[in-house]
Design a protein around this ligand. Structure first.
Ligand code: XUL
Length: 505
């Protein structure tokens, strides 16, 4: 029996196929398509097809569906499709797709994605209608964030009322791609639905007050909400005919972070994962929803039926690439730079906000350097990684988890030098996952769990094993980072309130 999980992330679409026949538990196929290079006709740059002043960042739904089509072709060439029992998927969160009566008709050519930061005004209007940021966070699990779907829908409804009126269905990227597979409008799962500022986190139904504050008639345009383990239909007849496939079951698609949670085996409260991808995220399971007091984090429904806490940073992989390219390094050179510099970087600091930042909220990008000059690229590299790790640590305290083990995934988790900084900053042992595609694996595991109803601990048990040896914290470095962390936090605070930064020079 095979189960397939797709992941449509910001920059690529990947697939993982697992074989669970008998006592066998194996990944039997994995593949990845990169949007910029494998589908050049869409003209995407880092997966983005359209930007505009004011923080507008869009991509193309047709690019995503073309990538899914191409990956289905590859899949049918590489696995025995008759053994495929169910398919599920994962997608970048928050992005919205605007459709007509059927999913193949678009009423808006492009989709705002999670990198879009153009809706500050709509966030303020929604929060004020709901009685403030905290009230909205208590209801939906998050304050209003510019990338969240509700504020984005509000902006579209007010700026393009005619196109909004023609829109019959508003999908997330996840439910849109599920709709492409079933050829009818698919529901939104509770986990991805939590990233919209529109769902009541406790009842897991659309929250009337949030809908009213968002846009007229939005309820009729939203798909129904379903548990993440819902079988939502079968692979559409057209796909079956094209690839001589059976009517494979389609399980609701979900967001990449909820899928990564189960794909890294995190199903019990107290565990913590870090994903170093286009966005850097830190997340962990929660039995009950504890909303972030400082407003930076989110509580989402988890695919297991419980909850998850998460904090998201926009300046992840793209910031690492910026510093790498600025000094003409490759990834080997980047690692060598970390290895050649000492923890604590002799007190040097960086605020790496190359792009508008989500955590902490920084609407206009700027980079601050302290104790660094261009003659020493290696110390820039270290300052960036230390800043990223200290920000991850500082802005995840609200979750109330003090882990002794962290599970790292995403492209940069393959870099042991980065993991050493993580281990030292968090004072925790860090385990890297063999695969860097936890979201696609998580989607495949969700397909299997939904089909069999096996306990989650059993489902993740054989698949979510980290690579053999963990990276241990070095006590002297832990001490160094305790004091650097205080200075970093003070610099971050000062930079955001526009205080004089002279004391950090
Ligand atoms: C989560 C978020 C990002 C996207 C990118 O809130 O904005 O992690 O899901 O994949």
């Amino acid at each position: 029996m095979l189960y397939a999980g797709f992941d449509c992330s910001t920059q690529s679409l990947s697939v993982v196929v697992i074989d669970v026949a008998g006592s066998k538990r194996d990944v039997v196929f994995r593949d990845e398509l990169t949007f910029d290079t494998d589908l050049p006709e869409f003209g995407a740059r880092h997966g983005v097809t359209f930007t505009e002043a004011g923080g507008v960042v869009h991509s193309s739904p047709l690019l995503w569906s073309a990538a899914l089509d191409a990956m289905l072709c590859r899949l049918s060439r590489n696995i025995d499709c008759r053994r495929l029992k169910a398919i599920s998927g994962s997608a970048q969160q928050h992005g919205s797709v605007y459709c007509g009566a059927s999913p193949d008709v678009l009423t808006r050519r492009t989709s705002p994605i999670w990198m879009d930061s153009s809706t500050a005004q709509q966030c303020a209007e929604i929060e004020s209608a709901l009685g403030g940021a905290d009230a909205l966070a208590q209801l939906t699990g998050s304050r209003a964030f510019p990338r969240f779907t509700g504020p984005q829908i509000r902006k579209f409804a007010t700026s393009e009322p005619d196109a909004y009126a023609r829109t019959a269905r508003i999908h997330l990227v996840s439910s849109y791609l599920a709709s492409v597979l079933t050829d009818h409008h698919a529901p939104i799962d509770h986990a991805d639905g939590s990233g919209m500022n529109l769902m009541d986190l406790r009842t897991r139904a659309w929250a009337d007050r949030a809908l009213d504050a968002t846009a007229p008639g939005v309820r009729e345009k939203l798909p129904p909400l379903v548990p993440s383990s819902t079988a939502i239909g079968a692979l559409a007849p057209a796909w079956q005919a094209r690839f001589t496939r059976p009517a494979v079951k389609i399980v609701a698609w979900s967001g990449d972070n909820p899928c990564s949670l189960v794909g890294t085996g995190l199903v019990i409260e107290g565990q913590l994962g870090i994903s170093l991808g286009t966005s850097d995220t830190i997340f962990g399971p929660m039995r009950r929803p504890r909303v972030s007091e400082d407003g930076t984090g989110h509580v989402f429904a988890s695919p297991t039926g419980e909850y998850m806490g998460i904090t998201v940073f926009r300046n992840g992989a793209l910031a690492r690439e910026r510093v790498r390219d600025q000094f003409g390094l490759d990834w080997k050179g980047f690692s060598a730079a970390l290895a050649a510099t000492e923890p604590g970087n002799r007190g040097a600091l960086m605020l790496p906000w190359f792009e508008p930042e989500i955590t902490p909220p920084v609407p206009h990008p700027f980079v601050t350097l302290r104790g660094l000059d261009d003659s020493d690229p290696a110390r820039h590299v270290r300052a960036l990684i230390e800043a990223q790790m200290m920000a991850l640590a500082q802005h995840s305290r609200w979750m109330g988890v003090r882990p002794d083990t962290i599970y790292a995934t995403g492209g940069a988790a393959a870099n042991r030098e980065i993991l050493q900084v993580m281990a030292d900053v968090f004072d925790a042992e860090v385990y890297q996952f063999e695969s860097t595609d936890a979201a696609a694996l998580g989607a495949a595991l969700r397909a299997w769990q939904a089909d069999t109803n096996l306990p989650w601990t059993e489902v993740v048990g054989d698949f979510c094993r980290p690579v053999a040896s963990g990276v241990r914290p070095v006590p002297a470095n832990v001490t160094t980072y305790r004091s650097l962390q205080r200075r970093y936090s003070a610099l971050e605070r000062a930079a955001r309130v526009g205080d004089t930064l002279d004391s950090f020079r």
